[in-house]
Design a protein around this ligand. Structure first.
Ligand code: GLC
Length: 749
């Protein structure tokens, strides 16, 4: 088939002549308008079917991440009916698909290649919820940058990440992919990950187009059940759930993914309010919106579309540009245009947004720029990436408990001679990678067993699984207990398999699955010191184990270098510094539970029946947001304020001296919260407004300063305006959301 050589676009020359004719030197034309002109020049050449093709995204059969797979996707590429592919990677595989589109379609518009590079590509970092517990924004940005490098070197141009959904409900399996319960921290992480993925120049072959997902409020399904209705006030939405999406867009994300859920009674995929009013008109977003998997077709099940054609009309007119896997734009656009249900302007608007990103990625200059075999072999599993995976895993682990056992703390392990290594996660590779590990290389995973053997070459490390993840089989207990009785210490690795979290993995009970907790309690009864490592993708519920165990580490699913990182922590080679970004409940009945709760009109008072509390459990979580211990101790001096009051243009400086009063160097995440005591709307008891992660040698002190302005005190008021109101404020500093020293200041009129 003859095709117009696109990357030598004759219309560009005409455009420049026109500009010169207008006395405008093309060089003075901003890059933006230059980009727009290139896009327009391609658009002008396209047929309607080719336009629908650019708005179509189909999965390959390499990997399938949803309920359908269209077998004829290669023919769809060849015919120009599909202009974007996902779930395909490696240079060899993707180069062939690109070759088909460039050499066999009429216009040769290059394909986008998307994939869920959520927490690493071939080398896997801790699950995002775990890595967020590092509170290390530079580390998380670097994870995204390195993941982008590996993925782009593997022929990909677009990742469906970061997930920025705020969630306060660990029954929802996808809490693992996000950044926890807090809006302020979640917004900073969203921006950091976008910067990491996209870098400074999208045409750099070591960067990826990012995708802010799942827009919007997908993390708040009723009853924690995935895909379920989301129902909240607009104020709660704009105050607590919307900011991280905005932070990702403000950081330059060029794509956004519509979420499966409805919000305010309208499915996100058909919501002009979300996709046009907020995203375009309020935020000025210029990229494109892609649906989630078959999201347009699901408008029928939502009950807002009678058929596929109407579903397509609703989505396109709402402002959704690309159709992931429904193949509805491909099949119904012509008819909808002919009968006037949609306009050519609406179609062209969407096509231009997609073409714009393809230009930004440099694909029109060179459609094969991401297909370099040498780069692929040199970047994947590079030493830099493997070292970073280790550091990220180290900083993600949270030390929950390390109490004296027979007179002294069990951790760090003091060169034990005989270690009983027990549990279904003790000698396990695939589950350490966690959910959404995509193309993660399972063979590269360092198990906890291998990590301990590397760290303790002289010790006898005896391994027994003890039990499985699920079920009530206890025949393995005997072997495990025998090993425990003949060892100096038990390292017990229990928790969730990676299949029990992530998408479509909601749970109504959050206990440690199977008989793992029973095994742990039996091991503790032997009298041998037991270190409990809980590896999961969400907060689990374990009040009894918490009561009986002396040492508990929450290790999430730590990724490719998980075993080495855990061995470093168990041995004290690395002093744990992780702090929870999501509350760990005492039981499921407390959910949703989060630190930034409102005071209510009857704040909990144990001495007064008629106050807000349960009869059977405290209001507080088992472990609060921001909590995490260290092998050393930190002491906080008195919080100082630069003034007792500030005006709207002033800055309040909050200072505190933190000292390492223990015998080991360590890192501490010093947190700052505020409370707006009286507002035109009810305000939370505390809100995170700042944090600093510091490293202190033993005996060393550091004076920290935080700066607060009126902007930091703003909230979404009854008119949906973001504004600070004058009056009394509390400022609180401490190691977590439950241990804070409080001071008072005033914001003047
Ligand atoms: C899935 C997920 C989404 C993912 C997409 C493509 O259904 O909801 O997060 O990016 O499909 O794999």
């Amino acid at each position: 088939m003859r095709r117009t050589p696109l990357y030598i676009i004759p219309l560009l020359a005409v455009t420049i002549l026109i500009l010169k004719g207008c006395g405008m030197n093309p060089r003075s034309v901003s890059e933006e308008s230059e980009l727009d002109r290139k896009v327009d020049s391609v658009l002008a050449l396209m047929t309607l079917e080719e336009k629908a093709g650019q708005l179509t995204l189909l999965t390959s059969d390499w990997d399938v991440t949803g309920p359908t797979m269209r077998k004829e996707y290669v023919e769809d590429i060849r015919s120009g009916r599909c202009g974007n592919i996902f779930n395909a990677h490696t240079v060899a595989y993707n180069r062939n698909l690109q070759k088909i589109t460039v050499e066999e379609t009429r216009l040769g518009i290059p394909l986008l290649f998307g994939y869920d590079v959520v927490h690493g590509h071939r080398t896997i970092f801790p699950i995002p919820l775990g890595e967020a517990c590092s509170w290390n924004l530079e580390l998380m940005e670097k994870s995204a940058r390195l993941a982008a490098g590996e993925a782009a070197a593997s022929g990909l141009t677009w990742t469906f990440a970061p997930v920025v959904d705020i969630s306060r409900d660990p029954r929802w399996g996808r809490v693992s992919e996000g950044n926890g319960e807090d809006t302020y921290l979640g917004s900073l992480i969203a921006a950091a990950r976008v910067r990491g993925f996209q870098g400074e120049d999208l045409s750099d072959p070591y960067t990826l187009a990012a995708c802010i997902k799942h827009y919007a409020a997908y993390g708040a399904p009723v009853a924690g059940r995935d895909y379920n209705t989301v129902d909240m006030s607009e104020i709660a939405f704009r105050q607590d759930y919307l900011p991280p999406y905005r932070a990702g867009v403000a950081a330059g994300a060029v794509t956004v993914m519509a979420s499966f859920n409805e919000l305010f009674g309208v499915p996100a995929t058909a919501s002009p309010y979300l996709m046009t009013r907020i995203l375009r008109e309020e935020w000025g977003f210029k990229g494109f919106v892609v649906t989630d998997y078959t999201g347009i077709d699901e408008l029928r099940a939502h009950g807002v579309a009678a058929d596929r054609r109407q579903a397509g009309i609703l989505a396109l007119t709402a402002g959704v540009d690309m159709d992931m896997q429904s193949a509805i734009y491909m099949e119904t656009m012509q008819g909808a245009l002919e009968d006037g249900s949609i306009t050519l302007e609406e179609i062209d608007r969407a096509v231009k947004r997609v073409l714009r990103v393809k230009f930004q990625l440099g694909l029109f200059d060179d459609p094969y720029r991401y297909f370099d075999d040498r780069r692929e072999s040199s970047v994947v599993h590079s030493q830099e990436i493997m070292e970073h995976a280790l550091q990220s895993a180290r900083e993600s682990v949270v030390l929950l408990k390390n109490e004296a056992f027979k007179g002294s703390a069990i951790l760090p392990l003091a060169s034990p001679r005989r270690i009983a290594l027990i549990g279904p996660l003790a000698d396990n590779q695939v589950d350490l990678l966690g959910s959404w590990h995509g193309a993660g290389d399972i063979d590269q995973v360092v198990t906890l067993r291998a990590g301990l053997m590397n760290r303790y070459p002289g010790a006898t490390i005896s391994y027994a699984p003890g039990c499985g993840f699920e079920g009530d089989e206890v025949s393995g207990f005997g072997e495990a207990l025998r090993l425990a009785r003949s060892s100096d210490v038990v390292v017990l690795a229990i928790g969730e398999s990676q299949a029990r979290s992530g998408e479509a993995a909601s749970r109504s009970e959050l206990g440690i699955p199977g008989v793992q907790e029973e095994l742990a309690l039996e091991l503790i009864k032997t009298g041998t010191p037991v270190v409990v490592l809980i590896m999961a993708e969400r907060p689990l519920v374990f009040p009894l184990l918490n009561e009986k165990a002396s040492a508990i580490l929450y290790a999430w699913h730590p990724g490719t270098r998980g075993g080495d990182a855990l061995a470093d922590i168990l041995s004290g080679n690395y002093n744990p510094s992780g702090k929870l970004v999501i509350s760990i409940p005492r039981n499921v009945g407390q959910i949703p539970i989060y630190y930034s709760a409102k005071p209510t009109g009857r704040p909990m008072d144990p001495g007064n029946k008629f106050t807000s509390k349960y009869l059977d459990v405290p209001n507080t979580p088992l472990y609060p947001f921001g909590y995490g211990r260290s092998y050393t101790t930190f002491e906080y001096g008195e919080t100082g304020l630069s003034s007792e009051s500030i005006g709207r243009s002033d800055t309040l400086v909050v200072s505190v001296t933190v000292s390492n009063t223990g015998a080991t160097a360590g890192e501490e995440v010093v947190q700052l919260y505020t409370r707006d005591v009286v507002g035109s709307l009810t305000r939370p008891l505390k809100e995170l407004k700042g944090f600093q992660k510091i490293y202190l040698e033993p005996g060393v002190s550091k004076r920290l300063q935080f700066r607060l302005t009126a902007g930091d005190l703003a909230f979404v008021n009854g008119k949906l305006e973001r504004m600070a109101e004058p009056g009394e404020f509390r400022v609180m500093v401490g190691p977590d959301s439950a241990h804070l020293e409080e001071k008072t200041f005033t914001l003047k009129e």
